[in-house]
Design a protein around this ligand. Structure first.
Ligand code: HEC
Length: 115
C-alpha cells in the first residue's frame, strides 16, 4: 500500500509528465499536421479535384475557387463535405468522391490550410 506521501509524489510525477507532453508533444503534432497538409495537396491533384476547382492560379474553374476555403469553413465541415457533399448541402452538385479515410483527413487538413 502506498503511503499518502508516495501518492503525492506520484501525483506530482504524473502532473509533470502531463506538462512535458503538452510542451514537447505540440511541436510533434504541428509536424504531423504539416505532413498531412503536404499529403493532402498531393491527393488534391491525384484525385482530380483540380479538374473542377482552382487554388490560386492552378486548376479548372468549374466548381468554386478554393484558394481561401479554410477561412470560410471549419475543418469538421470540410471533412464532412469530402465524406459526402450532399450531407452538408442537400443540393450539392459536387459528386461524392471515393476517398480513403487517410485521403479524406489529409485533404481536409490541406483545404483547411488554404486561407
Ligand atoms: C466534377 C467536378 C468536381 C470535382 C471532381 C470536385 N469538386 Fe468540389 N465542388 C464541385 C462543385 C460544382 C462545387 C459547388 C458546390 C455544390 O456542389 O453545390 C464543389 C464544392 C466544393 C467545396 C465547397 C466549396 C464552397 O465554397 O462551398 C469543397 C471544399 C470542394 N468542392 C472540395 C473538393 C475536393 C477536395 C475535391 C477532390 C477530392 C473536389 N472538390 C472535387 C465540383 C467538383
Amino acid at each position: 500500500m502506498p503511503t499518502a506521501e508516495k501518492v503525492v509524489i506520484m501525483a506530482r510525477y504524473i502532473f509533470l509528465m502531463g506538462l512535458a507532453l503538452v510542451f514537447f508533444g505540440t511541436p510533434g503534432l504541428a509536424q504531423d499536421r504539416s505532413m498531412l497538409i503536404t499529403q493532402g495537396k498531393q491527393f488534391f491533384f491525384k484525385q482530380g479535384c483540380y479538374g473542377c476547382h482552382t487554388v490560386g492560379k492552378v486548376g479548372t474553374p468549374i466548381g468554386p475557387d478554393l484558394s481561401h476555403v479554410g477561412a470560410e469553413y471549419s475543418l469538421p465541415y470540410l471533412a464532412g463535405w469530402l465524406r459526402d457533399p450532399a450531407s452538408q448541402k442537400r443540393t450539392a452538385h459536387m459528386p461524392k468522391i471515393e476517398l480513403t479515410e487517410e485521403e479524406m483527413q489529409s485533404l481536409a487538413a490541406y483545404l483547411s490550410s488554404l486561407r
